[in-house]
Ligand binder design. Structure first.
Ligand code: ATP
Ligand code: ZN
Length: 284
């Protein structure tokens, strides 16, 4: 059976379980399972644990694959590989300094003391930029370090910047970015490889569909050609005559961005009764 390690409780948990659900994989006990659970319609076992332990258990072959932030994958530096970027839990890893301190560029960090829970990532990012700073490893509450004079700056995960701000810090430099990734061991999976391939096929179908909508509208026949150019769809749009003469119904697929970019133009071309629907899966 293929074994997947998932964060037990944290920022990755809900979205990972949602992704499995969208892949139509049903877990016994769902979110209530404590340590491990199985899928009842897929050859998959799930182990729940702290995200920090996931690269290690994949390396040790206790799990075959796992979902972690790219930051944890990089920091733990185990000999495992990224199989697929999953597009959620996006964040950046940035330098923060006290808000009234002047900042003229990365060279200002030379000789400074920087507190972080990601010493490995920080070390490699600073080396790449030829900066020599002292790295002070802390395991939590990194943001308070400058306030208690433990460090001159911090290096930590930022998404909105509000944690930095509420600790009197400002974000001055992004050194690295992260999103959730599916990692796997480098050694052969044997017969479980087939299950992994099937899982990846489903994940791809769900991810392709995720920012696309099914669009359906009515249009006067003379606009069909121009509307079809705006809505190219997967192969080409479906055009069906309406009961009312001179009108057709057009069905297609459109990205959310393109929908908002083009809706005014579609209206100008005479489109009426525009409906959009979420798409669950998309296989090209
Ligand atoms: P654990 O108890 O499992 O060790 P944790 O406290 O280390 O959990 P979380 O805070 O749940 O970890 O974050 C898990 C991952 O989610 C991080 O490693 C990072 O990749 C991502 N992440 C963290 N903070 C944010 C954020 N504010 N926005 C988006 N993604 C984030
Ligand atoms: Zn953690």
């Amino acid at each position: 059976m293929l074994t997947l390690a998932v964060q037990k409780s944290g920022r990755l948990t809900k979205k990972t379980l949602k992704l499995l659900d969208e892949c139509d994989i049903n877990l016994q006990n769902g979110e209530k399972a404590k340590l491990k659970t199985r899928a009842d319609n897929f050859d998959l076992e799930i182990l729940f644990m702290r995200d920090d332990d996931i690269p290690e258990v994949v390396y040790d072959e206790i799990a075959d694959i796992g979902v972690v932030g790219e930051n944890v994958f990089l920091e733990k530096n185990r000999d495992v590989k990224i199989i697929k970027k999953l597009g959620f839990a996006r964040c950046r890893l940035s330098i923060g300094i006290p808000k009234d301190q002047e900042y003229n560029g990365i060279q200002d960090l030379d000789g400074k003391k920087i507190a972080t829970s990601y010493p490995e990532i920080l070390k490699s990012e600073l080396t790449r930029r030829n900066i020599n700073a002292e790295i002070h490893e802390v395991s939590g509450s990194v943001e308070i370090a400058p306030g208690i004079e433990l460090a001159d700056a911090v290096f930590d995960i930022v998404s909105t910047g509000s944690t930095l701000r509420s600790n009197g810090l400002k974000e001055v430099e992004t050194l690295s970015r992260s999103e959730a990734v599916l990692i796997g061991r480098k050694t052969p999976l044997g017969k479980d490889q087939k299950t992994l391939d099937e899982l990846l096929f489903r994940i791809n179908a769900v991810m392709k569909a995720s920012n696309r909508k099914y669009i359906l509208l009515n249009a006067p026949n003379e606009s069909i050609e121009e509307i079809c150019n705006i809505l190219p769809g997967m192969k080409s749009p479906t055009v069906m005559p309406l009961a009312e003469k001179g009108w057709s119904s057009i069905h297609s697929v459109i990205s959310e961005d393109d929908f908002w970019k083009n809706i005014k133009k579609l209206k100008e071309l005479g489109a009426e009764g525009v409906l959009t629907f979420p798409i669950e899966k998309m296989i090209l």
